[in-house]
Design a protein around this ligand. Sequence first.
Ligand SMILES: Nc1nc2c(ncn2[C@@H]2O[C@H](COP(=O)(O)OP(=O)(O)OP(=O)(O)O)[C@@H](O)[C@H]2O)c(=O)[nH]1
Ligand SMILES: [Mg+2]
Length: 490
Amino acid sequence: MTESREDIMSAADLGVRDTAGPTSGDPNGVDPTTGELQLSERASLQRVAGLSTELTDVTEVEYRQLRLERVVLVGVWTEGSAAAAKANMTELAALAETAGSQILDAVIQRRSKPDPATYIGSGKAEELREIVLATGADTVVCDGELTPAQLNALEKVVKVKVIDRTALILDIFAQHATSREGKAQVSLAQMEYMLPRLRGWGESMSRQAGGRAGSNGGVGLRGPGETKIETDRRRIRERMAKLRREIRGMKKARTTKRAARKSGSIPTITVAGYTNAGKSSLVNAMTGAGVLVQDALFATLDPTTRRATLDDGRAVVFTDTVGFVRHLPTQLVEAFRSTLEEVVDADLLLHVVDGADAFPMEQISAVRQVINDIVAEEGVTAPPELLVINKIDAIDGNRLTELRGALGSDAVFISARTGEGLPELFGRVREFVGREDVEMTIEVPFDRGDVVSRVHSEGEVISSEHTAAGTTLKVRVPAAFAGEIADLRI
Ligand SMILES: Nc1nc2c(ncn2[C@@H]2O[C@H](COP(=O)(O)OP(=O)(O)OP(=O)(O)O)[C@@H](O)[C@H]2O)c(=O)[nH]1
Ligand SMILES: [Mg+2]
């Protein structure tokens, strides 16, 4: 395939924030000698920062040590509109910024498919090398998942570290994990990603360390005839097995807690959706809870559960969950299995969509795809879904009309920020929650105050009357609770 200058889009075209350093924007003015010197300096620093394949302890397998700082983004545009390609790169930029990097430049190459050897074409790889030199970037981030061989080959050309979208997402998860379970899940995913890439990772830069590699740290640590890399692999596998056991243990505890919550017949509502759609904001708006809201991707990793009272006095439980993204790395889906199970184990799923996004329909299908995958693998039925289009304060009128037309009356349009549409959403939730209610009249003896308070929190009192034996109540309650108090029925 022939390549030409027009194949490449610049950061300016992409609307990506240009935060270039002093050498940027002047690719011809760089003294190649100086460039080389600076580069080798940077490379030697990076080696110290953990790029070395010489792994003495598996805890070194941490992307935090990769320090994504000054990056150039690169994508291959194979199909779809220019706007969609641009949106992909904008998302990659948001991911990179969330990971803490400064974006120096972004380029897209139009190709029928990624180059099997170097992801972008070899000519473009050389151009990319020039961009890296000109901007002083220390990392190239590729959109999509690259094979270990592709990462390696591209790294050899551009001579700085090359990572893919999967590694970037893993890095964000690693930075945001706070709970023990979350941390364990992220470590597991990272190791799974790392395992096949152990040999190639940073090879081009750590070669100079070759004299030392394999000569230290090995005594007593490796089996007969085992090479360093095999020792590392074995250690990582052992650690992964241990993590899997730990995660299973933590899952058990959480399942028990969840079962206890469910036994009270309080309806559980999961808030799921694309990352940054406003899930946590919505949970806050509906429950008044202080859940972390951030203009960052994957701000929420651990499911958070909050109780709320609907205006008829009925209690419900909202669960805020981890966000989804296009092509969620399979390693993460596997490691976060127990968290994702929680998403589908609810009475109702509020699927929150960022209506102000350029492609909300694509967000919707990306989320549904992940949910369908979990449902299929778990062999469970998906809870009913209510589409919630958020951020309507930030959508212009025409787009909003378009979206309403496309989604019909099945979707609720809200702004978690301004509160617009929330009463309607509450109404829809209440309607849903009450759809299997049973109306009955019960006589509650004086010593059964617990029944009266449960009716108030789980159902609704239509009328009440004091009698000599206690209180006669006409109530509307969930079917499960109705069964429990059947003996009080009159
Ligand atoms: N304009 C506007 N911005 C909103 C609205 N709701 C949320 N946001 C903003 O969107 C960003 C993401 O909000 P969050 O509630 O953290 O989103 P989330 O879906 O929980 O994100 P993750 O947990 O990272 O997946 C924040 O900057 C919010 O202030 C809204 O109704 N209108
Ligand atoms: Mg959140």
